[in-house]
Each structure stands twice: as C-alpha cells, then as structure tokens.
Design a protein around this ligand. Sequence first.
Ligand code: TPP
Length: 357
Amino acid sequence: MSVGILSAIHGPADVHALDAAELPALCGEIRTTLVRYGHVHGGHIGSNLGMVEATVALHRVFDSPRDRIVFDVSHQSYVHKMLTGRADAYLDPAHHDSVTGFTNPAESAHDQFVLGHTGTSISLACGLAKSRDLAGGMDGGSGIRNVIAVIGDGSLSSAIAFEGLNNAAEQGGNLIIIVNDNEMSIAEDHGGMYGTLARLRATGGKGGPNLFMAFGLDYRYVEAGNDVFALIEAFEQVKDTDHPVVVHIHTRKGLGLPPAKESAEARDSGIPMEGDAAVAAEDSMVFEGRHEANHWQDPDSSTGRPLGARKHYGSMAMAALEPRFAAEPGLVVISPATPGSNGITRAFRERAGRHYV
Ligand SMILES: Cc1ncc(C[n+]2csc(CCOP(=O)(O)OP(=O)(O)O)c2C)c(N)n1
C-alpha cells in the first residue's frame, strides 16, 4: 500500500506544509492504514474511518497543541495520533502496541486528557477555555488559543454534555464544538433529541427547533462531513471566534469498509448482519471481535460463528433472562449503549421490547 504522504507526517506542521491537492490522497492513505491496522490489531475502526477528513481538516486549520483539541470518549483519536507524530504506531505492526486506544497526555503534548467516558469533551473544553480566559485570553499567559471539543451524536445525549452546552454560552469566549453526527452511537441512537438532529440534517441545519441555538450558541452545519475541503472552509470560518460556536458535521461512520453483507470481517466476527447502517455502526465491534479472537470460546450454537468472550457471556446471560420476561414485568436489561459487545443482539432487543433499555 502507498503511504508516502502519511509516513512523512511527523506533526501538524507537516500537515500545514502539504499542498492542498495532496490532502485527499493523505485521507486515502489514512483510511487504508486504519483498515489494515484494524485487521491486525482491532480497535474502534468505524468511528475513526468516519472522522478521517474532519481530523485532517482540524490539523490543517488549527495549530495543535497551542490550539487544543479535546476528543469525547477519545476512541476516535487514531487519526489525530497519526498526524501528531505517532503514525508509525499504525503503519508498522511491530509498533501497534506503542499507543493506547484513547488520548493520553503521557503519550503526546497534542493529547489533552486520559478519558473513555462519553459526554465529557464539552465540559473539559469549557474548563480549558476558562483557564485561558482567566490568564488573559487568546494572547495571554496560558499559551492556549482556540479550544475545540469534538463530540459524537451518540455521546451528545450524556447529561454532562448538556451541562457543557448549558455552561458554554454563559461563559462566553472562544470555544468551538464540533458535533460529529454519523447518525449512530455504538449501535443505533435512542431518545427524543435524535428527531431534532435528524430535522437539522434534513434541512441543511436550517430547521427548528435548533437544539444548539436553544442553548444560546452560534451554529453552523456542514452536510459534506467527509469532504476535507468543505471542512477546512467551515473550520477556517470559526477559527479565532470570540464566542462559542457549534459546527455540526454530517459524516459516515465506517466509510471505506466494504459493505457489511460482503464483509469478511463481519462474517468472521459473529456479528449478526443487521443491514449496512447498523453494521457500519458496529464496525468497531467487528474489529474488536477479531481482537477478542485470542479469548474466543465456543462458537455461537445457532450460527456456528465464533464469539468474543464478552459477547459469549452476554448472550448466555440474555438467553437466561429472556424466558423470565413474561412472568416478571419489572425485569429490565440495561446497557450503556454498547449492546453488540455484550451479546445483546438486535433480534434480542426487538424481542425484549420494553424489557430492554
Ligand atoms: C459514560 C459512558 N457510557 C457509555 C459508554 C460506551 N460508549 C462508548 S462510545 C459510545 C457512543 C459512541 O457514539 P458517538 O459519540 O456518536 O461516537 P462515534 O463512535 O459514532 O463516532 C458509547 C455509548 C462510555 N464510553 N461511557
């Protein structure tokens, strides 16, 4: 595979120095690298594949680490790591374990926090922006300029994300919130907020009610969230903003993986074929399934496919609970929006109905 551009990126300055015409090829190289890395190593590949162009555009427009990028969950930071001196960890199988799957300041000055919980990025970014502004603002003593929070639509429903949105407008000052809307959490999104997001997508960001404007925030919409040039233009417009602004980008999770039905990875992983969108969402799980191969136990008795240990245990637990639903109306299975990796299949979810949250 050709990775001539990526392997010459040792930091954001190298992304700045590229010819604009090279950026789509860089995105292509990153995508190929992610897919190969996923085969060998496992990881949250689907999330990262959807964020390739946005991450390249962020590092093209902004100047990390003076401009601070705070990822939510941080499971979509592999591309960021590739562009901040850690490309080798993804290019060379011998170095695959030299980085963690999440951001980590011990790894790089370009990583702000160690985290894995959903919903945290906006509040954390508010804190960074506040410390900047207390020290005299963008040109003050903190050394911090633009503060950028990246959050997925799935994570956006977290209570702490709402705290961050609520705080941001009153706090004021420079804060850029990138809402990476790929129409999926790890599995499908749930909750009343998602109809609002869907209407915003359907109307090119013009429809109402606008959740973000209701919080008192400025708002932009980018439909072409996998077009690196459209993203660069949008990010340039908000760079150095003097007030909080949401940039809502519409991206495609798992972009670059073969369609689910033909996907050998999906077949091998034991993930049920749930149609393109759902499988795209659970691509990360596809590859995690592969990663769990070391711990594989018995194959799924109905499909003969191997199951990861966690999924295996989860599906046994669901099989034991399901017959009890009829007699125990208050019995409920609760998942932190990670059904696939816990053996809670879509078919089970449908059969469980109100017994599944
Ligand atoms: C507090 C908490 N609950 C649940 C999870 C499990 N989890 C990890 S990522 C994620 C949502 C991912 O969706 P999104 O934020 O849209 O990001 P995407 O992967 O689609 O880019 C969830 C629910 C978690 N990490 N933390």
